[in-house]
Design a protein around this ligand. Structure first.
Ligand code: HEC
Ligand code: HEC
Ligand code: HEC
Ligand code: HEC
Ligand code: HEC
Length: 499
């Protein structure tokens, strides 16, 4: 080649190379852009890269853990022992401490019911199934309904209902716990799992438990005020041509509490009727009481949890109403959800994840409280401690009053009092126990709604003392004006006074 030809050849090579490069860069850029747009589109529908597919029957959290290791790691830590002054459970025993030994008045209230045999402190989610299997309350035959809140049970419900979980669930109260537990084990038994709170396709929060869905529908259909649940108010002011559906109607923020409300609630769970959440007249303590007072078993008899072994009073047993008490507090009213305090956000590298180590917020004040409150950690602890201490003081006073009321009723019975003569006292016992138990069984020691808890305890004390008085005066003559007689009128007729 001549020099000129060489130069021309090189320059054309350079031109081609340059063009190729520009095209390549452009293509790469365009591809990147397209890929980016595409992934964002996919992310909108499905924001997670998945190593395995998970579906409705995958109750084993380990499988989900392959896709979401940070959440799974937190979940597993619910097996760790923790303790706070009033919450959680520490120590190294095989089982948590007995509440009924620590507070003998609890045991006295529960005489005639399995809770007087064994009632312990709660602990982390990892233990829920084994603690239920091992409680000595199982020495009295228990119902299959118990599994609703202690296992990942939806595939079993679907199987029992030929695909219809609600139908399958509705029959489980007739099956014994032992039987249903055996059937669960055949499908693979796990404590509460990812699939119970998340839609496996989108990972959006959802509720699965039939007990919760029936309960919240009844609440929506009532006219009880629900300031903490705006979507119910929206549904109420709409066409109401279909029942309220939390999975369709509730906001994401409401779901951050509803998922917990599937289990942390008051309920009826025995073998006379389907597991029932008593929300048809509202979530407040006295609205739930009115619901139970009006309730009838399928055979027409009035609703009751048990008859008190010593006095014969028809008693309502309250169970962990965290969701209900929370709903009456300032946090719920301000839109603060269970997950804000019990599953606060944390950083995992660049990502923000919810802490799936569900536990006492006092183990984690920095993330659980100080995201909203400016006070120091020690100040926040002190505020909680003050609320809990006051609540505990009132609770112990209430326990003493109830024991003295039961003593007075027992003494009246020994002196020959009939059911009719003790009607008022027995009614007062039912009211007082329901109130004291409502706050004692609730697990925040008053924190979730301090003023509401104090109101309930004040009523418990009042009813207990009224019941005691009525028992002391069981054979006092009716005062001529029909008004209430002074306590002195019963002086000679009160065997309890000779104690
Ligand atoms: C504003 C924060 C906050 C909100 C919201 C909240 N809690 Fe709590 N919760 C607490 C505190 C504080 C305690 C007391 C912990 C202790 O004594 O160690 C507690 C205690 C508990 C306990 C007992 C914990 C233990 O370690 O024994 C349970 C269960 C519980 N809450 C469930 C719920 C549920 C369910 C909801 C929603 C319906 C909820 N909480 C809403 C702050 C909150
Ligand atoms: C499927 C039912 C179920 C659901 C859903 C559920 N819990 Fe629980 N939770 C339980 C049971 C049962 C226990 C007690 C386990 C035991 O003592 O063996 C428990 C225990 C706890 C404890 C005590 C932990 C400890 O270390 O002492 C806290 C706090 C708690 N739950 C909060 C929540 C919150 C917050 C939610 C919602 C994000 C929630 N739970 C959802 C059933 C449930
Ligand atoms: C509506 C949900 C729900 C149902 C139904 C339910 N539990 Fe629980 N259970 C819970 C929650 C929430 C806790 C943790 C809070 C607590 O211990 O107060 C718990 C705690 C327990 C514990 C540990 C603390 C204790 O009481 O000693 C045992 C054992 C237990 N349940 C047994 C049972 C049995 C037996 C049944 C059936 C009669 C049953 N549960 C039905 C929600 C439920
Ligand atoms: C008791 C209910 C409950 C269970 C069980 C549960 N989660 Fe969650 N999860 C939540 C809540 C509440 C959030 C917060 C969602 C929000 O703010 O929208 C959440 C959020 C998430 C998110 C979204 C990102 C984040 O961290 O906020 C992922 C992913 C997730 N969970 C995975 C899992 C996996 C995996 C499991 C099982 C190992 C699991 N979850 C079990 C209640 C639950
Ligand atoms: C998401 C925000 C948020 C979180 C998280 C939160 N709080 Fe609050 N807290 C509030 C709001 C809002 C109020 C209502 C007072 C107000 O509007 O200023 C409040 C009120 C309170 C009160 C006064 C209660 C009363 O009855 O007057 C106490 C005490 C309190 N919070 C303690 C805590 C503790 C302890 C934690 C952590 C376990 C916590 N809060 C977590 C937002 C939050």
């Amino acid at each position: 080649m001549t020099d000129n030809a060489k130069r021309a050849w090189w320059s054309s090579r350079r031109a081609i190379a340059g063009t190729t490069m520009v095209v390549a860069v452009l293509t790469a850029g365009l591809t990147a852009l397209l890929v980016n747009v595409f992934t964002r589109k996919v992310e909108q529908r499905n924001p997670y890269v998945r190593l395995v597919e998970v579906g409705e029957d995958d109750t084993d959290p380990a499988k989900w853990g392959l896709n979401w290791p940070a959440q799974y790691d937190g979940y597993k830590r619910t097996a760790e022992r923790t303790a706070t002054r009033f919450g959680g459970h520490g120590g190294s025993e095989a089982f948590p401490p007995e509440k009924i030994d620590r507070d003998p008045w609890l045991k006295r209230m529960f005489l005639g019911y399995a809770f007087s045999i064994d009632y312990r402190d709660r602990r982390g989610h990892a233990y829920m199934l084994e603690d239920q299997e091992n409680t000595k309350r199982q020495s009295k035959p228990q119902t299959g309904s118990c599994l609703h809140c202690h296992a990942s049970v939806m595939p079993l419900y679907r199987k029992l209902g030929n695909g219809d979980a609600t139908k399958g669930f509705a029959e489980t109260y007739k099956v014994s716990y032992t039987d249903l537990n055996k059937q669960l084990k055949e499908l693979g038994a796990h404590p509460v799992s990812c699939v119970d709170c998340h839609d496996p396709r989108t990972m959006a929060l959802r509720v699965t438990r039939p007990g919760f869905i029936a309960g919240i529908q009844a609440l929506a259909a009532s006219d009880a005020p629900v300031p903490a649940m705006p979507s119910i108010n929206t549904w109420r002011s709409g066409k109401r041509d279909r029942p309220y559906d939390p999975n369709q109607d509730a906001s994401r923020n409401e779901m951050r509490s509803f998922v917990c409300g599937q289990c942390h609630v008051e309920y009826y769970c025995s073998n006379k009727m389907t597991l029932t959440f008593p929300w048809g007249k509202g979530l407040r303590m006295d609205q739930e009481e009115a619901f139970w007072d009006a309730a009838r078993f399928p055979d027409g008899s009035p609703f009751v949890d048990y008859k008190h072994a010593e006095t014969g009073a028809p008693i309502l047993k309250a169970q962990h109403p965290e969701f209900e008490l929370w709903s009456q507090g300032i946090h719920a009213r301000s839109g603060v959800a269970c997950a804000d305090c019990h599953m606060p956000y944390m950083r995992e590298g660049a990502a923000k994840v919810s802490d799936h180590w569900v536990r006492s917020p006092l183990l984690n004040v920095h993330r659980a409280c100080q995201t909203c409150h400016r006070a120091s950690e020690s100040e926040m602890r002190a505020r909680v401690d003050q609320i809990q201490q006051r609540n505990d003081d009132l609770l112990e006073r209430g326990g003493k009053a109830i024991v003295e009321m039961i003593d007075a009723i027992v003494a009246a019975r020994q002196a020959g009092a009939t059911d009719a003569q003790l009607a008022t006292a027995l009614d007062m016992q039912r009211k007082a126990q329901w109130r004291l138990d409502f706050v004692a069984a609730e697990n925040s020691m008053g924190f979730h709604a301090p003023q509401e808890a104090a109101r309930i305890l004040a009523e418990a004390l009042d009813y207990a003392r009224q019941g005691q008085l009525a028992a002391l005066r069981w054979n006092a003559p009716n005062p001529p004006d029909g008004g209430s007689a002074p306590p002195a009128a019963s002086a000679g007729a009160a065997p309890a006074a000779s104690r």
